[in-house]
Design a protein around this ligand. Structure first.
Ligand code: ATP
Length: 693
C-alpha cells in the first residue's frame, strides 16, 4: 500500500529545486502580515515588479521586444500595463494590450486593474473575450484580451495599428493562439517598428524566445547602424516574490489522485490554520467526484467547509461565488481545472493541492481524432499552480506526486499545443490573414507536417480552400469571418442553402458552451427523465433545438429551466451568442430563415460541416461499437447522448472524449448518401458501401 504523507503529521520539508536554489524563496516574516489595511497604492509599491518600473520602461522604450521573467505574483500582469500607461504609451488614442490564454484570467486581471486605477471597468480599462466585449472604443486605454481575440482583430486591422504595446502574458503556456500570435507579431514588427512587444511569464525559456524575436542582423540600416529601437530583445528577470510558499511532496506515488486530494483537503482542514484551499484536478468529472466525497461521503465529510467547483463551462454566477469573500469561521475549498492555473488571484487561498494532472488535447493526424486526455503536467504548470498560494500572504502547496518524480521525470515545459492539436482552425486563421505559405511560416515551434497537411485536406474538402490552397471566395472568407470552429461555421454557411440558418445558429450557440443541462449531484435520474422530455430521435442537435424552443416559449423563464434540469445561465448565454451569430451571419450575406420543423435539412447542414466525423455502426456489442469512416477508429456513443443505446447505423459526432474508451459527444443520425453529396472528394463511394452487421 502506498504511504500517503499527511500534512501536520510529519515535519514539513522545504525543498530545493533542481538548480540547487530554494524553489520558493521565503519572504521575511514581516511580509506575513499581508497587505492588511495598506492602501491600494502601497500594495502596488510592495510588489517585486515595482523596483523594476524604471528598468522596464527603459527597456520597452529602447527595444522592440522585451522578455520579462518574474515569479508568479510578482505583479507582471496587473502592474506593467499601468506603468506603460503612466509613462504615456496610451496617449494620442493609442491602446496598450495585454493578452492571456484564458478567458477567466482576462476578466479577473481587467477587474483588478480597473479597481487599482479607481476607474469603471469598460471605460479606461476594459476587456474582450469571444462573445463579450467590455471596452469602449473612445475611452479604453488598457485592454485585456485573449490571444485568440487579438488574432481575430487582425482580420480587420492586420497591423494591429491602434496598439502601441502588446504584452503577451503567460507565454510559457504556448497555447495554439499564443504561438500563432507570436509568429504574426514578429511579422508585424517588421512593418511597424514603433510597435513594442513584451513577452512575459514566470517560467518561460527566455533565451529561446529571445532568439526567435532576434531580427537584429536582418534589420541594420544602410550604413550598418540600427534604426529605431534595438531589434535584439532585452531580457529582464524580476527577482523576488511576494510571499513564501512551502512545497510538500507525497512520499510514495498515489494511485487515486481524487481520493488523495480529498484526504489532503481534510487533513489541512483538521491541522492547519484558517485559509482557503485551491485544488487542481483535471475536469468536471473529477471535480464532481471530489465534491461528492467532500460533501456527501460520511467518511470524508467535514463541518465548516464550503466546497465550490471551478471550470470553464461553469455559469458566470457560480464562477463569481469562487471570488466572493469566505464567511467568517468557514473555509472555502475551490476545486478547479487548470483554468485557475495562471494569472488568477483568489484572495483567501493559502493552500494549494496539486494533483499533477490536467486534461490536454492530443491530435492524431493518422486517425484524425483529437482527444482530451488526462496527462501529467509540466514543471512550468506545477510552479504556476504553487504560485496561486502566497499571493496575499504566505502559503503552502501540497503536491500529490513525489519530489523525485518532480525533479527527474516531470518535463520542463510540456509539448506546445501547436504540436498536439488539430490545426484546422489555425490554418484557416492564417489563410484569412493572407499567409499563403503555411508550411514555411515562422513558427516558434513547428507543427507536424502531417497535421498541417491533414488540415489543408479537410479545409479543401469543406470547400474553404481552392486548388491553390487559397481561401475560396466567398465561402472560405465567409467561414473565416465566423468566430467558431471552421466545421461549425461551415454548417452555418451550408444552412443558408438548406433554408435552416436559424436552426443551425441555435445549434452552433449551444455547441459553443459546455452544457445546457443542470447536473445536480445525485439527481442523475431526474436529469435523464428531463432529457427524455426533449429527446429527438434524430439526435442531440435536434434535441438542443427542442430545448431552445421550450425556453423561448416559456418566456425565457428561470423557473421553467429549473423544472426541466436545464441550466438557466447557460440558456441565457446561448441566447446571447445566438444574437451575435445572427448579426455576423447577416453581415456576411446569410439569409436568416427557419425550416419550420423540417429536421432533414438541419441534419444535412450538420453533415455539410461535420462530414469528416462520420461513423458507421459495426456491432451492437458494448452498447454499440462504431468505427470512424476515415480512420477506422473504434468509438462509442457517450452515455449523455440521447442516441446512447439507440445506435442508428450512421452518425456524425461533434467531439470525442476519452476515458476508458473513445466516446462521441453530441451525436446526430445521418443518411450515408449525404456524405458523398456534401463531400465527394473526401468520401469515395466504395468506402461507404460495406453495411454494418
Ligand atoms: N484580485 C486581486 N485581489 C487581491 N490582490 C490581488 C488581486 N489581483 C492581484 N493581486 C495582488 O497583486 C499581485 C500581483 O498579481 P499579478 O497577477 O500582477 O502577478 P503576476 O506576476 O502577473 O503573477 P502570475 O505570473 O501568477 O500571473 C498578487 O500576488 C496579489 O498580491
Amino acid at each position: 500500500m502506498s504511504r500517503f504523507w499527511k500534512p501536520g503529521t510529519e515535519k514539513p520539508r522545504l525543498v530545493d529545486d533542481e538548480e540547487g536554489g530554494v524553489l520558493f524563496y521565503t519572504a521575511s516574516s514581516s511580509s506575513s502580515s499581508g497587505y492588511g489595511h495598506a492602501s491600494m497604492e502601497k500594495q502596488r509599491q510592495r510588489l517585486p515588479v515595482f523596483k523594476y518600473r524604471t528598468a522596464i520602461l527603459y527597456l520597452v522604450e529602447t527595444h522592440a521586444t522585451t522578455i520579462i521573467v518574474g515569479e508568479t505574483g510578482s505583479g507582471k500582469t496587473t502592474q506593467i500595463p499601468q506603468y506603460l500607461k503612466e509613462a504615456g504609451w496610451a496617449e494620442g488614442g493609442r491602446v496598450i494590450a495585454c493578452t492571456q490564454p484564458r478567458r477567466l484570467a482576462v476578466q479577473t486581471a481587467a477587474s483588478r486593474v480597473a479597481e487599482e486605477m479607481g476607474v469603471k471597468l469598460s471605460e479606461e480599462v476594459g476587456y474582450t473575450i469571444r462573445f463579450e466585449d467590455i471596452t469602449n472604443s473612445e475611452l479604453t486605454r488598457i485592454k485585456f484580451l485573449t490571444d485568440g481575440v487579438l488574432l481575430r482583430e487582425m482580420m480587420d486591422d492586420p497591423l494591429l495599428s491602434k496598439y502601441s504595446v502588446i504584452m503577451v502574458d503567460e507565454a510559457h503556456e504556448r497555447s495554439l493562439s499564443t504561438d500563432i500570435l507570436l509568429g504574426l507579431l514578429k511579422k508585424i514588427q517588421r512593418r511597424r517598428p514603433e510597435l513594442r512587444l513584451i513577452i512575459s511569464s514566470a517560467t518561460i525559456e527566455a533565451k529561446s524566445m529571445a532568439s526567435f524575436f532576434d531580427t537584429s542582423r536582418r534589420r541594420l540600416g544602410r550604413d550598418g547602424e540600427e534604426n529605431g529601437p534595438r531589434k535584439n530583445p532585452a531580457i529582464l528577470s524580476v527577482e523576488g516574490r511576494g510571499f513564501n510558499v512551502q512545497i510538500f511532496y507525497v512520499e510514495e506515488p498515489v494511485s487515486d489522485y481524487i481520493r488523495a486530494a480529498v484526504s489532503t483537503v481534510n487533513a489541512i482542514h483538521d491541522e492547519e490554520p484558517m485559509g482557503d484551499i485551491l485544488v487542481f484536478l483535471t475536469g468536471q468529472d473529477d471535480i464532481d467526484a471530489a465534491i461528492q466525497l467532500l460533501t456527501e461521503d460520511p467518511h470524508s465529510r467535514k463541518q465548516g467547509l464550503i466546497v465550490l467547483p471551478l471550470y470553464s463551462g461553469l455559469p458566470r454566477g457560480d464562477q463569481d461565488l469562487v471570488f466572493s469573500p469566505t464567511p467568517r469561521g468557514k473555509r472555502k475549498v475551490v476545486i478547479s481545472t487548470n483554468i485557475a492555473e495562471t494569472s488568477l488571484t483568489l484572495e483567501g487561498v493559502v493552500y494549494v493541492v496539486d494533483s499533477g494532472f490536467s486534461k490536454q488535447r492530443f491530435y492524431n493526424p493518422i486517425t484524425d481524432i483529437e482527444n482530451l486526455v488526462v496527462a501529467p503536467i509540466s514543471k512550468a504548470s506545477a510552479r504556476q499552480r504553487a504560485g496561486r498560494a502566497g499571493r496575499v500572504r504566505p502559503g503552502k502547496c501540497y503536491r500529490l506526486y513525489t519530489e523525485e518524480y518532480f525533479i527527474n521525470e516531470m518535463s520542463a515545459d510540456g509539448i506546445s499545443e501547436m504540436q498536439r492539436s488539430n490545426l484546422v482552425p489555425c490554418v484557416i486563421q492564417l489563410k484569412a490573414l493572407g499567409i499563403d505559405n503555411i508550411l514555411g511560416f515562422d513558427w516558434p515551434a513547428s507543427p507536424s507536417p502531417e497535421a498541417l497537411i491533414r488540415a489543408l485536406e479537410v479545409l479543401y474538402s469543406l470547400g474553404i480552400l481552392d486548388d491553390d490552397a487559397k481561401l475560396t471566395s466567398p465561402a472560405g472568407f465567409q467561414v473565416a469571418e465566423i468566430p467558431l470552429d471552421p466545421l461549425v461555421s461551415k454548417m452555418i454557411l451550408a444552412s443558408n442553402d438548406y433554408g435552416c440558418s436559424e436552426e443551425a445558429i441555435t445549434i452552433a450557440a449551444v455547441l459553443s458552451i459546455q452544457s445546457i443541462w443542470f447536473s445536480d449531484r445525485g439527481a442523475q435520474k431526474e436529469l435523464d427523465e428531463a432529457k427524455l422530455r426533449f429527446a429527438a430521435a434524430e439526435g442531440d442537435h435536434v434535441t438542443f433545438l427542442n430545448v431552445y424552443k421550450g425556453f423561448i416559449q416559456s418566456g425565457k423563464s428561470s423557473n421553467w429551466c429549473h423544472k426541466n434540469h436545464i441550466n438557466y445561465h447557460s440558456m441565457r448565454k446561448v441566447d446571447e451568442i445566438r444574437q451575435q451569430l445572427r448579426r455576423i451571419a447577416q453581415r456576411i450575406g446569410i439569409a436568416l430563415k427557419s425550416c419550420e420543423g423540417d429536421m432533414q435539412v438541419v441534419r444535412k447542414a450538420v453533415t455539410a460541416g461535420f462530414f469528416a466525423n462520420a461513423c458507421r455502426l459495426e456491432s451492437f456489442s458494448h452498447n454499440g461499437l462504431y468505427k470512424t469512416v476515415r480512420g477506422s477508429q473504434e468509438v462509442y456513443i457517450h452515455p449523455s447522448s440521447v442516441l446512447f443505446r439507440v445506435n442508428p447505423k450512421w452518425v456524425i459526432f461533434h467531439s470525442i472524449v476519452s476515458t476508458d474508451r473513445q466516446y462521441m459527444r453530441n451525436v446526430i443520425a445521418i443518411d450515408p448518401s449525404w456524405l458523398t453529396d456534401v463531400a465527394p472528394q473526401f468520401y469515395q463511394h466504395q468506402q461507404l458501401n460495406p453495411r454494418p452487421h
